[in-house]
Design a protein around this ligand. Structure first.
Ligand code: GDP
Length: 294
């Protein structure tokens, strides 16, 4: 992911370094190239416009142009602005003193939600928590089996509940956690192919019933900047707290990751880069920005 954007940016910067002193024209043409590189990486148009305007303004300041290492200063400014775009600070999970804390996962079918639930359980287990996974996706018959298999692999109990009512299953899951001393409940919910009314209503009803400390939307990095539309549509109906971006190991151009925070206001909290249980990581905007700049 980000490979082609990284290559483009590195070329632009090495062009600037080769020049020694920089003029306003040099900055203008570098900004034009950065703009093209971001658009080709599928970054949202408005985000690109704002990014290049802000970056250009900072680069044209006298102390940058007249410094001994202007190209290096330009790189530093782009790094700063990219970090800002990705969310600036690390976004932590919301927690409360209530036991158990409840985390609810929502997202389209195939986004990686069920595997993300297990990966998150694994990550929290590694931090000393005793999680419970709740299989609330009652429409895809294999979802509960899949979660159960994953739970078995990582040694985390999966609560399946009786019947077909996901709201009841979520409530019973929380009750089970209380009775069995689990301190975090991760509720997997149904995903559909498109954001639809029934899916939203159900997610809203589960939210109302178990009052999660944290609602995470799982989005597939391969969807490109369309993740912004999916996340915005979802946020209108079910206010969520942050995003797990999955499939960061694929060859996505990166537009989704770079557009999401700016357009939807929702931070990326975790990224997943693989199918294995240990492939979920906390998201650090500064590290990702450095990785993009190479
Ligand atoms: P759900 O329908 O949203 O619950 O999606 P699943 O959790 O079943 O994931 C759909 C497919 O994507 C499965 O084959 C997962 O193994 C795969 N997957 C999920 N996350 C990642 C990831 O970060 N990287 C890769 N390469 N595959 C993933």
């Amino acid at each position: 992911m980000f490979e082609s954007l990284s290559d483009r940016l590195q070329n632009i910067f090495s062009g600037l370094r080769g020049k020694g002193r920089l003029t306003e024209d040099d900055i203008n043409s570098a900004m034009r190239e950065i703009r093209m590189a971001l658009l080709e990486a599928d970054v949202n148009f408005k985000v690109v416009k704002q990014f290049t305007a802000d970056t250009k303004q900072r680069c044209l300041e006298a102390e940058v142009l007249e410094s001994l290492t202007p190209a290096q200063n330009v790189v530093k400014i782009v790094l700063d602005e990219l970090t800002k775009l990705l969310g600036e600070n690390d976004a932590k999970l919301n927690t409360s003193s209530r036991i158990p804390n409840v985390i609810m996962l929502v997202g389209l079918q195939g986004s990686g939600k069920t595997t993300a639930a297990a990966k998150l359980a694994y990550l929290l287990k590694g931090k000393g928590h005793v999680p419970l996974l709740v299989a609330g996706d009652v429409y895809r018959p294999a979802a509960a089996d899949q979660l159960e298999t994953l739970g078995g692999e990582i040694g985390v109990k999966v609560f399946r509940g009786d019947g077909k009512d996901p709201v009841q299953i979520a409530k019973d899951g929380v009750r089970y956690a209380i009775d069995n001393l689990r301190d975090v409940v991760i509720v997997d919910t149904a995903g559909r192919l498109h954001v639809d009314e029934q899916m939203m209503d159900e997610a809203a009803a589960i939210k109302e019933a178990v009052k999660p400390e944290e609602i995470l939307m799982v989005v597939d990095a391969m969807t490109g900047q369309d993740v912004v539309n999916v996340a915005s549509a979802f946020a209108e109906k079910v206010e969520f707290d942050g995003v797990i971006m999955s499939k960061m190991d694929g060859d996505a151009r990166g537009g989704g990751a770079l557009s999401l925070k700016q357009v939807t206001g929702k931070p990326i909290k975790f990224i997943s880069a693989g199918e294995k249980p240990d492939s979920l990581e906390e998201f650090h905007p500064d590290r990702m920005a450095k990785r993009i700049l190479g």
